[in-house]
Write a protein that binds this ligand. Structure first.
Ligand code: 3QA
Length: 230
C-alpha cells in the first residue's frame, strides 16, 4: 500500500518529515518528493506550492508517477463558519472551486460542463477520522471547503463564498486535489487547521499561526495513517 501525504507549503509537511526522520528525496517535475517506509506502508510526501495548478500537478504526479493509492492532504485554512477558531480542525465532506465562473452561460458558480460543483471526499476515511478524533480527545468539524486561487482577506468575499457554496472554510488547493483524485479513482481525505478568519486581519493571523496550525493538522494526519495501517 502506498499513501500520499501532501501539503501546499513547506510548513505543512515539515512536521511529518520531522516525525519520520529518514526518507529519500527525488526530484521530479520541478518539485521534491519524499519517500519513506512507515510501519510497513510506503509513504510519498510533498508540498505542491500554492494554488490549484501546482496542487493539481503534485496530486497527479503522486498518483500517476509514484503510484499512490490513497491521498491525504494536510494544511491550514481560513475560517468561514463562526464555529471555527484558530487551531480548530475541519475535515472536508465535499469541495468546490469558488473562482470557477461561467455563470454568463447560465451555469452555477463552480460548474463547467462534464464537471460538478462539488466533489465528495472518501466517506470511509471521514468515518475513520471520527474515531481518530475521539482517541485524540479532539473535536473535528466536518464541512464544505471552497477552493480558489486567491488568499481571501476580505469579509465580503468570504461571506459570498460562504453563502454561495455553503462553505465552512476556504483555501487554495483542496478542490483541485479532489478533482484529480475523483478522476483517477483514488480515495482522498482533506484536513485543514484554521490559521485565520479570511478577514482584514487574515495575513497577520496567517503569519502568526501557520506553523502551529499546520502542526495540529499534521499530527492528526499521522494518526489517520496509523489507523489506516492498523
Ligand atoms: C496561503 C496558503 C495557501 O496554500 C492556501 C495557505 C489559509 N488561509 C487562507 C485564506 N485564503 C485562502 N487560503 C488560505 N492556504 C498562501 S499566501 C501566503 C504565502 O506566504 C490556506 C489558507 N485566508 C507568503 C510568503 O511570502
Amino acid at each position: 500500500m502506498k499513501i500520499a501525504i501532501m501539503g501546499a507549503m513547506p510548513e505543512e509537511i515539515a512536521p511529518i518529515l520531522e516525525k519520520l526522520g529518514t526518507y529519500t528525496t527525488t526530484e521530479y517535475a520541478k518539485n521534491k518528493y519524499y519517500e519513506a517506509s512507515y510501519r510497513g506502508v510506503d509513504l510519498i510526501i510533498a508540498y505542491s506550492k500554492i494554488g490549484k495548478v501546482f496542487s493539481t500537478l503534485t496530486a497527479s504526479t503522486m498518483i500517476e508517477h509514484f503510484g499512490a493509492e490513497k491521498l491525504l492532504f494536510s494544511g491550514v485554512a481560513g475560517a468561514i463558519s463562526s464555529e471555527l477558531r484558530v487551531g480548530d480542525l475541519i475535515v472536508a465532506t465535499k469541495l468546490s472551486q469558488h473562482d470557477l465562473d461561467i455563470t454568463a452561460f447560465g451555469h452555477p458558480f463552480g460548474f463547467v460542463p462534464e464537471g460538478a460543483v462539488f466533489i465528495e471526499a472518501d466517506t470511509q476515511m471521514i468515518e475513520m477520522s471520527k474515531e481518530v478524533a475521539t482517541s485524540m480527545r479532539k473535536t473535528v468539524k466536518e464541512g464544505i471547503i471552497a477552493t480558489g486561487d486567491q488568499f481571501v482577506a476580505n469579509e465580503q468575499r468570504k461571506n459570498w463564498i460562504g453563502n454561495t457554496f455553503n462553505a465552512d472554510a476556504l483555501e487554495m488547493e483542496g478542490a483541485s486535489v479532489a478533482v484529480v483524485c475523483d478522476a483517477l479513482n483514488i480515495p482522498f481525505f482533506i484536513l485543514r487547521a484554521i490559521s485565520d478568519a479570511a478577514d482584514v486581519d487574515a495575513s497577520f493571523s496567517f503569519d502568526e499561526f501557520l506553523e502551529s496550525s499546520a502542526k495540529e493538522s499534521a499530527e492528526f494526519i499521522m494518526k489517520m495513517v496509523d489507523k489506516l495501517v492498523d
